[in-house]
Write a new protein. Structure first.
Length: 96
């Protein structure tokens, strides 16, 4: 029951504001995506997982735009940034 209440609160509440912690959060998400990719042994689900994570972040979080802190990053900009983080953290991975 408590999990349902927390879920409803998240859905109905204000977005979580992400500013200075953005780099760490995106790095953690990138590591999670990469570990799933390695476990599956294929990269074909990589774009879908990147889109899903960016959808979650965009839905529940206000990811601050570094150039203008009052604006939120678009989902597409989040995807681009997440792909850049994946490429930076895992440079030897040709599928990125």
């Amino acid at each position: 029951m408590a999990d349902i209440a927390i879920g409803l609160e998240l859905l109905s509440g204000a977005k979580v504001h992400i500013d200075s912690g953005r780099k760490g959060i995106l790095e953690a998400v990138a590591c999670q995506i990469h570990s799933h990719k390695l476990a599956a042994g294929t990269e074909k689900n990589l774009p879908r997982e990147v889109r899903q994570w960016c959808g979650i972040l965009h839905c529940f979080c206000f990811v601050e735009n570094h150039r203008n802190g009052s604006k939120e990053l678009t989902r597409e900009a989040l995807e681009t940034e997440l792909y850049n983080v994946l490429a930076r953290l895992f440079p030897g991975d040709a599928s990125l």
